[in-house]
Design a binder for this molecule. Sequence first.
Ligand code: HEM
Ligand SMILES: *[C@@H]1O[C@H](CO)[C@@H](O)[C@H](O)[C@H]1NC(C)=O
Ligand SMILES: *[C@@H]1O[C@H](CO)[C@@H](O)[C@H](O)[C@H]1NC(C)=O
Ligand SMILES: *[C@@H]1O[C@H](CO)[C@@H](O)[C@H](O)[C@H]1NC(C)=O
Length: 329
Amino acid sequence: MKQSSSPSFSSTNVIKCLLLIFAVLVGSCEAQLSTDFYKKACPKVFAAVKSVVAAAVAGEKRMGASLLRLHFHDCFVQGCDGSILLDDTPSFTGEKTAGPNNNSLRGFEVIDRIKSRVESVCPGVVSCADIVAIAARDSVVLLGGPNWEVKVGRRDSKSASLSGANSGALPPPTSTLSNLINRFSAVGLSVRDMVVLSGAHTIGKARCTSFKGRIYNETNIDPTFASKRQANCPFTNGTKRDNNVAPLGHKTPNFFDNSYFGNLLLKKGLLHSDQVLYNGGATDSLVEAYAKNGRSFDKDFVAAMIRMGDIALLTGSKGEIRKNCRKMN
Ligand code: HEM
Ligand SMILES: *[C@@H]1O[C@H](CO)[C@@H](O)[C@H](O)[C@H]1NC(C)=O
Ligand SMILES: *[C@@H]1O[C@H](CO)[C@@H](O)[C@H](O)[C@H]1NC(C)=O
Ligand SMILES: *[C@@H]1O[C@H](CO)[C@@H](O)[C@H](O)[C@H]1NC(C)=O
């Protein structure tokens, strides 16, 4: 500590230095995200992401839903590490062709546009995993949902897990309630988190193939709603119309609110995995509470999104900051 004798080295600096050493010693310096992680290295990151997301959502409202889902699918497989963004190559297989993702996940071109905007402002600093997390928040806000400060400091993976994405980490729409609970619990999220995060289905769309089994075969469904959905989704498998889409939320697929839960009370959940949340089981009371109280939905949704964004992180010197979100450096 030769420097400590220098008159320009103030006592606040000494304290800061000691605090830093202490933080490193207890290991808390590396392991956590913070909202001001890029304050020095890239103060404009949030504005840069938002401008690109706003343009994309203005062009197509559904893109907001697609970007939100991207963050969920990133976090549930191998953690929030940008693994979902890696393209397949002859020598590498990523997660994009996994059952829940193939012909379903959208928004990769928007992430590319955000990344190049961010790289032009501060090259080599901001991870793709953080970009996905920020874009998810911006999407919710742009569609009328709650705002929150996104914690950042994630790093990008040098790997992906196709088997992880295929083996149920991402629950299928045919999931039972206990399956959903188990899948969220496997990544440290509670039953309440699972229910409130399902409220993301207030926006966006699903393909016929994802809800066919429900609209033709189930009895806990509003009959008028079922026939309306059947009109655009045939019983027969294997036609082009299997890719026809319907809004996940009943009335306002481009507006983020608590109407998802009200729809469940009316037996108008589109996916089997939606209606199981309100079908005489342990989560009925939560659905009723969120249907009644939009403010508590907003509050719990934000808290759960922050927890979801904390799953199995790469921080510190682990992983890398990708230059191109689609491939490792
Ligand atoms: C609880 C378990 C969940 C299941 C079983 C599930 C399943 C699905 C399915 C099957 C689709 C339609 C895919 C298609 O047909 O192409 C979908 C869409 C969507 N999911 Fe989920 N999901 C779940 C949780 C979540 C969570 C936690 C979020 C975000 C926080 C989320 C956000 C979305 C959004 C926004 C869409 C619409 C995407 C678009 O329009 O592009 N989902 N989900
Ligand atoms: C993914 O979708 C493409 C295009 O529809 C299809 O050709 C391919 O077989 C699918 N891959 C998997 C692994 O299901
Ligand atoms: C609905 O149930 C019938 C009879 O159990 C079955 O044959 C059919 O494949 C099911 N359809 C879907 C779309 O799951
Ligand atoms: C359609 O495909 C689903 C999913 O593979 C299957 O469960 C169902 O039995 C099929 N339905 C018919 C009518 O063949």
